[in-house]
Design a protein around this ligand. Structure first.
Ligand SMILES: NC(=O)c1ccc[n+]([C@@H]2O[C@H](COP(=O)([O-])OP(=O)(O)OC[C@H]3O[C@@H](n4cnc5c(N)ncnc54)[C@H](O)[C@@H]3O)[C@@H](O)[C@H]2O)c1
Ligand SMILES: N[C@@H](CCC=O)C(=O)O
Length: 524
């Protein structure tokens, strides 16, 4: 297949991709109900407790029985990772890169089956699920290539200018030790696999914790790592609640560094924990978004409507990059709204296993309840609901078993508190502006700064780039106004409260964060 899948190309895949996904779905569903243990020190590891999990699109569909790790399991995983660290650190860069690439190769061979499992577990549609799996493959390849291209970040420096003695200098980057990776539910494979690949190739060993709603994805990643032949203990997988196993990992004395991807409150808490203690330890925290898009009177409105609808409602708004605030010039607002309403009406919501359903459910009962509360808060807070607002499980009997909701578009007063709150469900708020500097001020009026979109004339793009406070920006992009970054094409990281480092995922500067510099001077 010459087609290359990315989030920007997933809207028109070849027929063969659908056929292979459907075959894989049959295979994976036939195995649903299995028991999924933890993976510690190169072996399956039972936990004291297991939890039964069901599909978010059909609560009667049992996915399997998944191990719930506790503090004892967390400790076992940390011990295994600590014991494996000296030999892994001493393994050559070429061998580490070979093994990391091999994980990507194996995952690519399994891309359809893993994507089918993601659809079942998270409720994302097939193209989102295939996209996430292929993105994870690309992370493994990208970081292996990147680390080798930097020659492991070892740099010879000039000898000191001393007469009568040779004083040789070098800068060497060395791993930290045991790296804890904590992943969110919405990209449970890519945002587990990406940081894992980075930590491993740079010579750290890893303990991964998956999110409570998505233990299957992490286990599928663990299978690829096991089958690629990484030595026991180099990678370990536990899943369970943040408050139990997550905190046990963060507090553990062997924890040398963390990559956390998730919400702002949890990320801020972990950053504080990592700076306290005997000495500060690195914490890469990729956090939430409240992402804006500005549409000027010069925009191509068809393009804008396509990009806005994709980014506001794709995956039910459950992307950190999702568009949630729209600022439209008053002279084109009605025309844009009309186009968006037509596109929203065409969205088919339902069982995400089926090709015709672009939108599946939200992830769980909490998100489903939150959607209802936000819709009500918009209604009572003076907003005008232009599309959507219903929980479909309550009004459509065929959808009663899933957490299905309508894409919601609301024109809301600027005083409404939801302009400042990451909702993580398919809700987009709209405001008509008169002056583009006012629109920019509003777009930047958020403590977060992850992604931002713009639709306007070519002449206005430089103004947008100069003023917008966001780490990932898109201008005039119908494939997604604020979503859809891909490793090697769009480095992905937040400004302000959205990210702790100012360095983006899969950027030129990413891997160096998993290393600490040692300056070496040797006098002959
Ligand atoms: N910036 C990014 O790249 C990015 C990407 C994806 C998701 N996100 C953000 O993630 C959030 C959605 O994901 P979520 O609901 O899974 O987030 P969350 O913060 O609830 O949980 C994220 C992870 O942290 C764990 N956790 C929770 N409390 C913990 C604690 N006290 N100690 C240790 N671990 C703990 C959870 O179990 C989970 O594995 C949104 O805010 C979204 O914007 C950000
Ligand atoms: N990388 C994804 C978002 C990941 C966060 O949830 C995007 O660019 O849309």
């Amino acid at each position: 297949m010459s087609f290359r899948l990315t989030y920007a190309t997933m809207y028109n895949p070849p027929e063969a991709m659908h056929e292979r996904f459907e075959e894989a779905m049959k295979r994976v569903e036939a195995k649903a109900g299995a028991r999924h243990p933890l993976f510690i020190d190169g072996a399956d590891c039972d936990a004291a407790q297991y939890v039964e999990r069901h599909a978010p699109f059909d609560r009667t569909l049992r996915l399997g029985s998944f191990a719930l790790a506790d503090a004892t399991d967390a400790h076992a995983a940390m011990e295994a990772a600590r014991a494996a660290y000296p030999a892994w650190r001493a393994t050559s860069v070429a061998e580490r890169a070979r093994l990391v690439r091999r994980v990507g190769d194996l995952m690519e061979e399994r891309v359809y089956d893993i994507a089918a499992a993601l659809t079942l577990e998270v409720g994302k549609n097939r193209m989102e699920a295939l996209g996430e799996t292929q993105e994870t493959v690309d992370f493994f390849h990208h970081y292996a290539d990147d680390f080798e291209s930097h020659a492991g970040y070892t740099n010879a420096l000039p000898d000191d200018p001393i007469d009568g003695m040779a004083s040789h200098n070098a800068s060497v980057m060395r791993p930290y030790g045991v790296w804890v990776v904590i992943a969110p539910f919405n990209f449970p494979l890519a945002l587990a696999g990406g940081p894992t690949a980075a930590a491993l190739v740079t010579g750290n060993t890893v303990v991964l914790k998956g999110a409570g709603d998505t233990p299957w994805a992490g286990r599928l990643l663990a299978d690829c790592i096991r089958d690629a032949g990484l030595p026991p203990g180099v990678f370990n997988y536990v899943s369970g609640a943040g408050r139990d196993v997550g905190e046990a990992l963060v507090r553990h004395p062997h924890t040398a560094g963390i990559t956390f991807t998730g919400s702002v409150p949890v990320g801020r808490q972990l950053m504080q924990q990592m700076t306290s203690g005997t000495y500060p330890r690195p914490c890469i925290a990729e956090m939430g978004g409240k992402n804006p898009c500005i549409v000027t009177e010069h925009a191509d409105l068809d393009r804008a409507a396509a990009g806005i609808v994709r980014s506001a409602y794709g995956m039910g708004g459950q992307k950190c990059s999702a568009l949630s605030r729209l600022y439209v010039h008053e002279s084109v607002a009605d025309a844009l709204i009309e186009r968006m309403q037509a596109q929203i009406a065409a969205i088919r919501v339902g069982d995400p296993r089926r090709r015709e359903h672009w939108l599946g459910p939200v992830v769980n009962a909490t998100a489903y309840a939150s959607y209802g509360q936000y819709a009500e808060a918009l209604r009572t807070g003076g907003a005008h609901l232009l599309s959507g607002g219903a929980r479909l499980g309550e009004v459509e009997p065929t959808l009663a078993n899933g957490y299905y909701v309508e894409p919601l578009l609301a024109e809301a007063p600027l005083s409404h508190p939801l302009w400042q709150h990451e909702m993580f469900v398919p809700i987009l708020m709209l405001h008509r502006y008169q002056d583009r500097d006012e629109a920019m001020r509003l777009a930047n009026d958020s403590p977060m700064g992850l992604t931002a979109g713009f639709f306007g004339s070519d002449d206005e793009v430089a103004w947008f780039h100069d003023h917008i406070e966001a780490g990932v920006t898109y201008a005039n992009r119908p494939q997604g106004a604020t979503t859809g970054a891909w490793p090697g094409y769009q480095p992905f990281g937040g400004w302000k409260g959205s990210g702790s480092t100012g360095k983006a995922i899969a950027s030129f500067y990413y891997l160096a964060q998993y290393l600490r510099e040692q300056s070496r001077t040797v006098v002959e």
